[in-house]
Design a protein around this ligand. Structure first.
Ligand SMILES: Nc1ncnc2c1ncn2[C@@H]1O[C@H](COP(=O)(O)OP(=O)(O)OP(=O)(O)O)[C@@H](O)[C@H]1O
Ligand SMILES: [Mg+2]
Length: 230
């Protein structure tokens, strides 16, 4: 008999579909996709270029529309207003991207403080939490550096700190090691594991990096708009 799952459901989609209408043709990138992700899961989504992996993360992260049903942390993300989406993203979701999108005119510390300030945290609290998080990712000695003054691996770790600060429950990561060499990729993967143990977030991670994928306990391959267990 299958073990009964007792953890909370963090992501649940039913018949989730997404079409892009071009000139004369419609591409169905996500096609009746059903997915359930449980609390503290670490889920990997692999698949060929262009199959819709980033699109799926964007829909779950309220950055793109879709049809069907998609509940994230109990919220119906397909029916939220723009201000609700903005607050939801700032407070509950963390995003890690290949191109970290750090703000060049702000220091490492200020970049990590930004999402906290957006959600209305006081400057002093935001600074304290960000210092702590940067310490966790091994960047306590780079707080006042600007993004142009730190290495690629350090930039990636700053992106992780910014995504996780404030106790985010769900982290959506799109090719987090895409820009890194093997040594820095391995380091980042180790770091994500360590932080997952310490902080207990749920992770959905898209990657082409098979070494990274192999470390994640739940693996799917995206093909023809759906996810197949690996
Ligand atoms: N705004 C858009 N308008 C039209 N088509 C789009 C749009 N965004 C994405 N697409 C198309 O949807 C498909 C899926 O794109 P997506 O970026 O999700 O792929 P992916 O799996 O993340 O690929 P990669 O591994 O290269 O990042 C692609 O064919 C892409 O061209
Ligand atoms: Mg992509």
């Amino acid at each position: 008999m299958a073990k009964e799952e007792t953890r909370s459901v963090i992501v649940e989609t039913h018949n989730l579909s997404k079409e892009y209408r071009g000139e004369g043709e419609t591409v169905r990138v996500i096609d009746d996709l059903d997915l359930v992700v449980y609390e503290k899961d670490m889920v990997c989504v692999e698949g060929a270029s262009g199959v819709g992996k980033s699109t799926l993360l964007h829909v779950l992260g309220t950055m793109d529309s879709a049809t069907g049903a998609a509940f994230v942390l109990g919220r119906d993300v397909l029916k939220m207003s723009e201000p609700e989406k903005e607050m939801f993203r700032a407070r509950d979701l963390g995003f890690i991207f290949q191109h970290h999108y750090l703000l060049p005119d702000f220091t490492v510390l200020e970049n990590v403080m930004m999402p906290l300030l957006i959600q209305g945290e006081s400057f002093a609290v935001a600074e304290q939490m960000s210092r702590e998080m940067l310490g966790h990712v091994g960047l306590g000695h780079r707080l006042s550096h600007f993004p142009s003054q730190v290495s690629g691996g350090e930039l990636a770790r700053t992106g992780v700190a910014r995504a996780l600060v404030g106790g985010k429950k769900l982290i959506l990561a799109d090719e987090p090691t895409g820009n890194l060499d093997k040594k820095n990729s391995d380091h980042l993967a180790e770091l994500i594991w360590k932080l997952h143990d310490e902080l207990g977030f749920t992770l959905i991670l898209v990657t082409h990096d098979t070494d990274l994928a192999a470390r994640l306990p739940v693996r799917y391959r995206m093909t023809q708009g759906r996810l197949i267990g690996v």
